[in-house]
Design a protein around this ligand. Structure first.
Ligand code: GDP
Length: 309
């Protein structure tokens, strides 16, 4: 299956959760399998009960037979390089902006990093149903913000949609048909390149997100950079200095479906997966097939920066 990996960047309250919920509802995955919605909710309740991550870091929707992995970015500056690591898994980004609030400086950090990585963001001016919406001004604000952050001409020529996540539509014009989110789905598929990764090399991924789960233990999420992961395969964990930290097996191999993580037998280059079964692996280690003896070029961890708004 074809894949697109995108980050979603938004200031808190600008409607990220509502929009992603609508993308889930309107995506093919739900039409193919109505139980997904129920299951996703169940797992959320379970997580709430267990007091762990409530919001999915990665949501996966299927549209026209293409899997779109949507990765959440922290809405603020961070100290550990998490933003860079997350952005290293994606080939595009949606910058979601409230049509009344405008481009708030808090998203500057993440947008700046996305532009510096050469990503060409899609801008969604959201909540245009608000009576105090000022979509045209906000469009100009976003342009000015991108320019101030050093965007190149191509990045400044960003595709843009007006939307109401709450009403479940996105459109190129304010006078548009206001039907559904199909324009946003198509824009993502057309504008964001597919991950161009080598499927024939031996398996390797970079551990990008580390979580602890009461049942699974250490869960490491990352994008498969090359090859294919299979359930239970023996793997080597390599640190950036080239040393082998441990060897073990992928006792759990999980792929994202909706808001849920489901066990799969195998996953291919470009997909974002979560693995368990390793006791020492951490971020940003390389998890790879036994024959791999070099870590993938690790993403440098930023030294703490104090000048952030
Ligand atoms: P998040 O913090 O970015 O995830 O934002 P939420 O999706 O939780 O939304 C924040 C608030 O904005 C909630 O009260 C939503 O009901 C409201 N909201 C979300 N989308 C829209 C929209 O399209 N139009 C309007 N008017 N309100 C919205």
């Amino acid at each position: 299956m074809d894949i697109r990996n995108i980050a979603i960047i938004a200031h808190v309250d600008h409607g990220k959760t509502t929009l992603v919920d609508q993308l889930l509802k309107q995506s093919g995955a739900f039409r193919e399998n109505q139980h997904v919605a129920e299951r996703a909710m169940d797992s959320n309740d379970l997580e709430r009960e267990r007091g762990i991550t409530i919001l999915a870091k990665c949501t996966s929707v299927v549209w026209n037979d293409i899997r779109i992995n949507i990765i959440d970015t922290p809405g603020h500056a961070d100290f550990g390089g998490e933003v860079e690591r997350i952005l290293s898994m994606v080939d595009g980004a949606i910058v979601l902006v409230d049509a009344a609030e405008g481009a708030l400086p808090q998203t500057k950090f993440v947008v700046g990093k996305a532009l510096a990585r050469g990503l060409k963001p899609i801008v969604v001016i959201n909540k245009v149903d608000r009576s105090d919406a000022r979509p045209d001004e906000v469009h100009d604000e976003v342009f000015d913000l991108f320019a101030a952050l050093g965007a190149n001409d191509e990045q400044l020529d960003f595709p843009m949609l007006y939307a109401s996540g709450r009403q479940g539509w996105a459109d190129k014009t304010l006078e548009g048909a206001r039907k559904d989110l199909s324009d946003l789905f198509s824009l993502v598929v057309e504008h964001v390149p597919a991950p161009g990764l080598d499927k024939t090399k031996p398996f390797a991924m970079i551990a990008t997100i580390l979580e602890y789960d009461n049942f699974l233990g250490r869960v490491l999420t990352g994008r498969i950079e090359q090859g294919k992961a299979t359930m239970n395969m023996p793997v080597r964990v390599l640190r950036a200095d080239g040393s082998t930290v441990e060897t073990g097996r992928l006792t759990k191999l999980l792929s994202f479906r909706g808001l849920d993580r489901v066990p799969v037998d195998e996953a291919q280059a470009g997909d974002i997966i979560a693995v368990a079964g390793l006791s020492d692996a951490t971020i940003p280690d390389t998890i790879a097939a036994m024959e791999v003896d070099q870590p993938l070029s690790a993403i440098p961890i930023d030294p703490p920066t104090l000048s952030m708004t």
